[in-house]
Write a protein that binds this ligand. Structure first.
Ligand code: ADP
Length: 358
């Protein structure tokens, strides 16, 4: 058992609905165990600038249902430098911060692991709408963002039906097409295009022509932002002109962009955030750190950050020389199993989208 008197908490990188629920859970659990909590404003930049705010059970009351992050967020390249880390650790020492909880995506976990190695035990919580962390089945924010996306597409559908139009909707997801798949299935999209699988444009155009011939007035096509043309420009916009040119059907483009990063978190995000946040405090007290909280097959578990980061690189085919050297054969098998599982999930959703999108 580690004896902590004070822990720090921050939110970093892209914000996600449910981050506030995490903060509330951490604060309430910590106080229940007699530990003080201090919030760091604006992610790792706040640790460098020393922007700290004491958090109490009163100060986090009523934040569970709010979007954004009450601690604010930022991207801070300076934190990844030796000098940035030195100042950040000094801030922790000066303010008697014994351990940190860092909420964000893979960049944020890299920061958490660096902090741990510099003497500040840290735990990561996955707060990102993209669900792009291979080690966990779920990241906080996904459910809210898909529900918001679907609500917007439902509105588009009404006007598309009135005017017999097609709407191509580009949704968030740089490396991971899960937002596109869930939103596409749930909004009855006739096609979904994601970065993980080749998109058969000719087949989609043929389907559109056939559906129109059959009397279908409105059609929705969902494209993940990560799908780009060879020159890096968004494929979704190209698809709009191709549909108009090749089918003659009036086609509009919509990019909800950051709208789906905001809004009140759903019950799913509030409960997962509460569960992960509270468990993270328990783990710190048990003396564990350098882990990220993951949901695996419905259970919340702690996964070593290095394992999580390398599993991600393996999934994205971005492994560097020597990346796998420090892992045992069992660990490498576990990584491959996670990747297989993720691929199966993408295939399953892709198939459902193809089967029901008419
Ligand atoms: P996300 O956490 O959503 O993936 P970023 O990739 O922008 O977002 O990372 C968030 C922050 O984490 C960065 O602004 C930086 O402060 C910190 N960070 C990212 N990479 C590293 C790294 N290699 N070492 C230390 N800190 C890092």
């Amino acid at each position: 058992m580690a004896t902590f008197r004070k822990i720090g908490i921050l939110t970093s990188g892209g914000d996600a609905p449910g981050m506030n629920a995490c903060i509330k859970a951490v604060v309430n659990k910590a106080y229940a165990l007699g530990i003080e909590v201090v919030g760091i404003r604006g992610g790792y930049a706040g640790l460098i600038r020393g922007e700290l705010v004491p958090l109490t059970q009163q100060s986090v009351s009523n934040v569970i249902g709010t979007g954004g992050t009450v601690l604010y967020s930022s991207r801070c390249p300076e934190f990844a430098t030796e000098e940035g880390m030195r100042v950040a650790v000094e801030t922790c020492k000066k303010n008697q911060i014994d351990a940190m909880i860092c909420i964000g995506g893979d960049g944020t976990f890299r920061g958490a692991t660096d902090l741990t190695f510099h003497g500040i035990p840290s735990i990561g919580l996955p707060g990102t709408i993209d669900n792009d962390i291979t080690a966990t089945d779920y990241t906080i924010g996904l459910d809210t963002s898909i529900n918001t996306t679907v609500a917007m597409i439902d509105c588009l559908r009404d006007t598309c039906e009135s005017h017999a139009r097609i709407n191509v909707v580009e949704v968030m997801g740089r490396h991971c097409g899960q937002i596109a798949l869930y939103a596409g299935i749930a909004s009855g999209a006739v096609a979904v295009a994601i970065p993980e699988r080749p998109f058969d444009e000719a087949a989609a155009l043929e389907k559109i022509r056939a559906l129109r011939k059959n009397g279908k007035r409105s059609m929705i096509i969902v494209v993940a932002e990560g799908l780009t043309n060879p020159d890096g420009t968004p494929y979704a916009e190209t698809l709009v002109s191709r549909i108009e040119e090749q089918t003659g059907i009036s086609t509009r483009f919509v990019r909800p962009a950051h709208i789906v990063r905001g809004g009140n978190p759903t019950v799913r995000d509030r409960t997962t955030a509460s569960d992960m946040g509270s468990r993270a405090v328990e783990l710190l007290v048990e003396g564990k750190s350098n882990v990220v909280m993951c949901e695996l097959d419905g259970e919340i578990r702690a996964v070593d950050i290095a394992f999580a980061l390398i599993a991600d690189r393996m999934y994205k085919n971005k492994l560097k020389e020597g990346d796998l050297d420090r892992f045992s054969a069992d660990e490498l098998d576990a990584m491959r199993a996670l990747i297989d599982k993720r691929n199966r999930e993408i295939d399953r959703l892709y198939q459902v989208a193809a089967d029901v999108g008419f």
